[in-house]
Design a protein around this ligand. Structure first.
Ligand SMILES: *Cc1c(COP(=O)(O)O)cnc(C)c1O
Length: 456
């Protein structure tokens, strides 16, 4: 039990910021399965990967033995503009819920891009610059990743081409303009600027696009333009590595006040924020030093962990990316319109998938209206307008705190508040008007999608 008074916000000093990222894979007994080459079905080699990714990021992607990887000074200097991020004790929420539980959240929304994605964007831009590249390409759906990447690229003076799913391009003009302000070019996908885009437009005139299609366009441009590589904002091992800064800072802050978390909760889209948040705690758990309950929260409309299958699958709809072994709903699975755009991916990080399969963590799925209900409660009492994605974690943190109220247990709960919801006000409007629905796929729909998994 801590005898120190715990402040509302635990801010670390700059010098306490981690100097190295933590690579959880190095301490895993069962390593995540390797990416496979979609043609040969053999593990992807560094050479295979380096056509698409920068060399140093390729190394990080394949490294499952080095536990700590130094954060270069250039990246730490950028981190200093918005990190260390605060770990906040949710005193007001606790009081409102009348729970004996102690609730903390790690807030990653304190930067212009509004989410944790900047932690990896700046690292990926740095390695691209270091390799002497001219620029990078990527896709963005809801726009958080594209925004973070455009900020990172402008800092290192790199060109940034973003393929933005057409429906978001039209419905989210504000994100688009943030990206353009930071110098990125933003192209609605499918577009006439690529072969694959032209083909898709021919086959499906009037389509409003999809993430899978935007990935295919971005990869085509990266591999066919001299001095360009492709970058991705989630799912990959390298992204989870960079996001470990979230968990390392959280651990340093908790240790400083002798706080031991019982439950750690995060939303899971591709798994990068959750993987980053839990990394040092999971490392201790694997080594048998101490135990934590770790909970991934996903939308009921896109339930990869809770209703998917652990199998090799494509990461994109266009089936050009490597195969990853992961909990998946099938690469052709199109989740219903859900307002947490960042959680609409059919698969999951292969590292988290292995940990879940080894029963080292749990997963729950929650419905969108109850998520917004929790978001509203949180906004009113803690002051922050949370992103819909982050609100999945809020919902389960509140549920766990209410269980403590019943049992009288004084558990310590930590959750990741990944971002702010200022660009999600159409979703809030739907909720406020009582027009939000919960769309949950049927068993038949999921089975039909899983029937098309590749044979490996
Ligand atoms: C992208 C995003 C997520 C989900 O991505 P992960 O890779 O699962 O972390 C969660 N919250 C916010 C705010 C996001 O932008």
């Amino acid at each position: 039990m801590s005898t120190k008074t715990i402040p509302y916000k635990i801010y670390l000093e700059e010098k306490e910021m981690p100097k190295a990222w933590y690579n959880l894979r190095a301490d895993m007994k069962n390593k995540p399965a390797p990416l496979l080459n979609p043609e040969t079905k053999k593990p992807m080699t560094a050479q295979d990967l380096s056509a698409v990714f920068c060399d140093e990021l390729t190394q990080q992607e394949l490294d499952d033995t080095t536990p700590f990887i130094d954060i270069p000074d250039e990246i730490r200097n950028f981190y200093k503009m918005y990190r260390p991020s605060p770990l906040v004790r949710a005193y007001c929420l606790e009081k409102k819920l009348d729970t004996p539980a102690k609730i903390y959240y790690k807030f990653e929304g304190n930067n212009t891009s509004g989410s944790h994605k900047l932690n990896s964007a700046i690292a990926q831009a740095y390695y691209a610059k270091k390799q002497g590249l001219k620029g990078v390409t990527t896709e963005t759906g809801a726009g958080q990743w594209g925004t973070a990447l455009s900020m990172a690229c402008s800092y290192f003076d790199l060109d940034c081409k973003v393929y933005m799913v057409k429906v978001s391009y039209e419905q989210k003009p504000f994100r688009r303009e943030v990206m353009r302000t930071y110098g990125a070019s933003v192209v609605p996908s499918p577009s006439t600027t690529t072969k694959i885009g032209r083909k898709i437009l021919e086959d499906h005139p009037g389509t409003t696009g999809s993430l899978g299609c935007a990935i295919s366009e971005a990869v085509e441009v990266a591999t066919e333009t001299d001095g360009y590589r492709y970058v991705l904002g989630s799912v990959l091992n390298q992204v989870m590595l960079h996001q470990s800064v979230i968990g390392l800072e959280t651990k340093i802050a908790l240790d400083k006040y002798d706080i031991h978390p019982d439950i750690i909760i995060g939303c899971a889209g591709g798994g990068s924020n959750l993987g980053g948040l839990i990394a040092p705690f999971m490392g201790e758990k694997i080594k048998g030093k101490t135990d934590y309950r770790i909970i991934a929260v996903e939308p009921a409309s896109c339930p990869s962990f809770t209703r998917g299958k652990y199998a090799y699958d494509f990461c994109d709809t266009g089936m050009i990316c490597p195969l990853a072994k992961m909990y998946t709903l099938g690469s052709g699975f199109i989740p219903s319109a859900n307002h947490a755009g960042g959680l609409r991916f059919h698969g999951m990080s292969s590292t988290l998938s292995q940990l879940y399969d080894d029963k080292l963590m749990e997963a729950v799925s929650v419905e969108q209206t109850e998520v917004f209900d929790a978001a509203q409660k949180f906004a009113r009492i803690e002051g922050i307008l949370p992103a819909p994605e982050s609100s999945h974690a809020i919902k389960v943190a509140i549920d766990e705190a209410l269980k403590c109220k019943e049992t009288g247990e004084e558990k310590t709960i930590v959750f990741g508040l990944t971002g702010t919801g200022y660009f999600d006000l159409f979703a809030y409007e739907k909720f406020n008007n009582g027009e939000m629905s919960d769309d949950i796929p049927t068993d038949e729909q999921i089975a039909a999608s899983l029937a098309n998994l590749p044979q490996v």
